[in-house]
Write a protein that binds this ligand. Structure first.
Ligand SMILES: C[S@@+](CC[C@H](N)C(=O)[O-])C[C@H]1O[C@@H](n2cnc3c(N)ncnc32)[C@H](O)[C@@H]1O
Length: 475
């Protein structure tokens, strides 16, 4: 790995010879592989894995399995995430005690959003935003796989949030950065690095935080993070947030064994958390936690303006039985689809719908097509799906992979006609429509496995052991 000279000079002087030497040795090592378990779907733990110290759901694996060919990844049982990023789980567990309205402003592909959901208290609602359209689609896919209904995914700019009228208890700005912490995992990040890009990123990050600040309530929490090492995008920006916006920097208690490094710059004496490969077991990450000064007012619930539309009410008897506790949801019908929104977030959803571009919210129940309601992928993967709502067809490994490739399907003999929930190891993967001699594969075209590799029946990557699957699944 050849690092740019100006990076080497700057970073050596920032870190000092000893720390910089450790970083160089760390960058030469293989990156550790880690996953985070989705406790809404799975209670098992991966076999032979070591726990990540700062995240109860995080595990280091012994090697790198072919994740793409594990149906349980597509079922949302776990997320592949480098370990340092899981520190967000620790921060939220420590600093967020009450049900909260949280915004993850720069959220794609969704690693930190899914980590946040594992730590937020019950009753919380998460908005995840990504301004780049294509990346917002990936974010929506990953959030639907994670299957938690209390989520809204948007494709908007931070300035749109600033004027949205929404006020959040917690805002995460995991800002776009110069990516020095990803040099080991992604050599492309080295090619894109330049001192000018560091300056550009630092300025953009301030703009993003300034917009985020406007939709953070007084007393609310701002979590700022980058995956880069330099002080311009880290300590200097945090110092600017404190001096210009008036934020108060908060400590996070940590374990010395985690080997997290603090501030490396004279411009900031307060507590910040830097993960350096070769020192901490994970990729490069910087995180700081701040509070917006002011009274912690209990937020007035936004007013509901719109009632459920007549169209959805008329068909309600058909689909409300597809989810558990339909009484906890309001139903909406944007553009011929039926969407179930948890009641506690319906007013926020309606406020968002006025100014933000919503890509996904709650549970998409289905699409109205003539006299049919076609059940949606979002419903299949939702933790809110009523277990007995659909006939299930359990597929063996190679057929589950064929299903995820959106290939022709052969359902087990005796499967009744109609909509069928496809499962693997009991985990829902999506829907098919059994029309007798064959079945239509309803897996979303954009989500399908695109690799042409065809693993055999015995080659399922054993990330979570098959024999633990049934015991491990939350019933
Ligand atoms: C570090 S990545 C986020 C990673 C994500 N939080 C996760 O853990 O999976 C930063 C994201 O910010 C997005 N972004 C780019 N420009 C932005 C802007 N002006 N405002 C907000 N987000 C932006 C990028 O497209 C990218 O998806």
């Amino acid at each position: 790995m050849t690092l740019p000279d100006s990076f080497t000079q700057y970073t050596r002087s920032l870190m000092g010879d000893e720390l910089y030497g450790k970083l160089l040795r760390g960058l030469a090592d293989e990156p550790p592989v880690s996953i985070r378990i989705n406790r809404a779907k799975c209670h098992a733990s991966p076999d032979g894995a070591r726990p990540v110290g700062w995240c109860t759901d995080g595990w280091y694996l012994q090697g790198r399995p072919a994740f793409t060919f594990d149906p349980l990844l597509h079922a949302g049982w776990y997320y592949v995430q480098e370990a340092s990023s899981m520190f967000l789980h620790h921060v939220i567990s420590q600093h967020v005690a009450d049900a909260s309205l949280m915004l993850d402003l720069c959220a794609a592909p969704g690693g930190k959003s899914t980590a946040a959901l594992g730590a937020l208290p019950d009753g919380s609602v998460l908005f995840c935003n990504e301004p780049v359209r294509q990346r917002a689609q990936i974010l929506a896919e990953n959030m639907q796989k994670w299957g938690r209904p209390e989520v809204v995914v948007t494709n908007s700019m931070p300035a749109d949030y600033a004027r949205s009228g929404l006020e959040f208890d917690v805002v995460l700005c995991d800002v776009p950065c110069s990516g020095e912490g990803m040099f080991r995992k992604d050599e492309g990040a080295i090619g894109e690095w330049s001192p000018q890009n560091v300056e550009r990123c630092a300025a953009l990050q301030r703009q993003i935080v300034a917009d985020a600040w406007q939709c953070l309530r007084p007393g609310g929490l701002l979590i700022y993070s980058t995956c880069t090492f330099n002080a311009k995008e880290n300590e200097q920006n945090v110092a600017w947030i404190c001096s210009s916006l008036g934020a108060e920097l908060l400590p996070v208690s940590t374990d010395a064994a985690w080997a997290i490094t603090g501030s490396l710059s004279d411009c900031l004496a307060g507590p910040v958390y830097r993960f350096i490969p070769g020192v901490t077991t994970g990729e490069g990450l910087f995180m700081a936690v701040m509070r917006k000064r002011g009274e912690r007012l209990s937020a007035a619930a936004p007013q509901r303006r719109r009632q459920n539309r007549q169209g959805a009410r008329n068909r309600a008897a058909e689909y409300t039985g597809w989810i558990e506790k339909p009484e906890d949801f309001d139903f909406f019908t944007p553009a011929d689809s039926i969407v179930a929104i948890p009641k506690r977030m319906a007013a926020h959803y309606e406020t968002a719908a006025r100014t933000l571009r919503i890509v996904h919210a709650g549970v998409t129940i289905g699409t109205i097509k003539g006299r049919d309601i076609i059940p949606a992928q979002s419903l299949a993967l939702s933790a809110a799906l009523r277990p007995g709502a659909f006939t299930r067809a359990e597929l063996p490994y190679s057929q589950a992979i064929a299903y995820l490739r959106k290939e022709q399907l052969q359902l087990p003999e005796g499967t009744p006609r109609g909509f069928t929930l496809i499962t693997y190891g009991g985990a829902p993967l999506g829907f098919a429509k059994n029309i007798g001699p064959r079945a239509n594969n309803l897996y979303p075209q954009e989500w399908r496995i695109k690799s042409s590799h065809a693993p055999g029946d015995d080659s399922r990557p054993a990330v979570i052991c098959t024999d633990m699957m049934n015991d491990g699944r939350r019933q």
